[in-house]
Design a binder for this molecule. Structure first.
Ligand SMILES: N[C@@H](CCC(=O)N[C@@H](CS)C(=O)NCC(=O)O)C(=O)O
Length: 214
């Protein structure tokens, strides 16, 4: 299978983390940058990346659909808990991070990262939206030690790629990290994350943080 898209994209990297954590062999095609050509639209109907191209040529879009497909099709090293409510909690967290944090913050990327003119109305609206998103994230996160509980899940893959961007964009755009208000979200040094086994993309701890729950 081939992961089509480019690495600087947080959505691409979320899928890549899931592939790495699950140990699924794959190739990457970095030439698949978003575009609206007829050929591209047959593979990704909205013209976006990432998408996954299976060995028989069929393509699947939307990073969360891709991650959940991978978790079901390759059940070893699961990234969703077995219990239905806990599975739903992971999806709930991902939805909150993407809909109420990453997407609003994305509206600032133009002026924050690319020097485009600041639209004050957008800036203020985003600040208000983010405050609500951060409050909700604070209410939902567990840090036990992973974001949704004892096991590393797809919510950690999402947090690992989206939250640093939201942090950076708000620090640069508003002079304050919007995520400061999420209890427990103070970034851990890399060594501590590795020791706790909560460093996605760097393999699982042996009998450690994923816990004996399953
Ligand atoms: N909801 C999509 C978001 C993917 C996305 O927005 N990708 C960006 C690159 S980071 C893109 O393709 N942008 C071009 C466009 O929206 O046309 C997913 O989860 O895969």
């Amino acid at each position: 299978m081939k992961l089509c898209g480019f690495r600087i994209s947080n959505y691409h990297d979320k899928v890549r983390l899931a592939l790495l954590e699950k140990g699924i062999e794959h190739e990457e095609d970095a030439t698949c940058t978003p575009r609206q050509t007829d050929e591209f639209l047959t593979r990704s109907p909205r013209g976006k990346s990432p998408f996954l191209e299976l060995d028989d040529g069929r393509c699947l879009t939307e990073s969360q659909a891709i991650c959940e497909y991978l978790d079901e099709a390759y059940p070893a090293q699961p990234l969703l808990p077995r219990d239905p409510l806990r599975r739903a909690r992971v999806r709930e967290l991902v939805a909150h991070m993407e809909l109420y944090l990453e997407l609003p913050a994305r509206r600032t990327y133009g002026f924050v990262f690319f020097g485009r003119p600041v639209d004050e109305a957008v800036k203020q609206a985003v600040e208000k939206d983010l405050a609500r998103g951060v409050r909700a994230l604070g209410a939902l996160t567990k840090f036990d030690p992973c974001i949704a509980g004892p096991e590393l899940t797809l919510a950690d893959c999402a947090a690992f790629v989206h939250l640093p961007l939201v942090s950076l964009a708000t620090r640069l755009g508003y002079g304050r990290d919007a995520l400061e208000d999420v209890p427990g979200l103070v970034p851990l040094p890399r060594d501590a994350r590795q020791a706790a086994g909560v460093c996605p993309g760097e393999g699982r701890p042996k009998g450690g943080a994923r816990g004996g729950a399953e």
